[in-house]
Design a protein around this ligand. Sequence first.
Ligand code: C5P
Length: 268
Amino acid sequence: MTSYLNKRCNLWHMQKENLKYVSSGKAKDIYENSNDTLIFEFTDRVTAFDGKKKSEYNEKGEITCKIAEYWFKILEKNGIPTHYIECPTPTSMLVKRLDIVPVEVIWRNYMAGSLLRRYLAGDITLPQGVGTEEGSLIPGGMIEFTTKFEAVDRPVATDEIISNGWLSEEEIEYIRDLTKRINDIISQELTSSGIILADFKVEYGRTPDGEIILADEVGTPDGCRFWKKDEFEKGFIASLDKDVFRKNIGDLTVAYRELFNKLQKNNI
Ligand code: C5P
């Protein structure tokens, strides 16, 4: 089994040298596999604060790739259309090529991160019933949109999304519904792992037929906030996600591995 996998990895790495490089994101390198498929290579890179803070952590690429694969499979099984095809090696993912919607979609179950910062800066008022401390529950959850292809991500109102021609009103509603379903599926799966999904970011793209499907990665600690439930119930926030790096509160690989182990116990 191992030698089969090693052979497959070696073949893959030889093949990768001949693939056309497309671009690099914060943590992934993207290659063209065919006219209608791409390969994502999950690297050990990590960045925060719009790229101002950077580092590398051993094994991060492999852990995030496996976690993204884990969630893509669960979401597909639950009827969420995604671009995931397969993982040819432990750090790479074959995906359908899409026309990416230039908007990032954030779902929040609890007060944290930029929502809290914007509130404290007096930039926003909070929805009815939302507490003003990190970790306050947002009853029913909330969705936000930010720009994707601008130098710095900024929150964007649905009116602007529509007037820029990025999405129609119906497509925004569809994405709202899909994102809520993704939240419900992941949150439900996590109940037996002792983890709370505080918030997450997803991206969508259009297939050549115009169908909107889930793109990028999903459910990874790079793009979600995961809190340990037992600590939360005692009044503390113990993060198993990129906040460990943002806030300098531990070793990122250790936190990501702990998350992965908890998920594995749950299912794999
Ligand atoms: O920073 P903020 O609180 O807006 O982030 C909300 C969620 O979206 C967090 O889980 C964060 O990791 C994720 N996010 C992301 N990529 C971004 C912005 C936010 O994955 N560019």
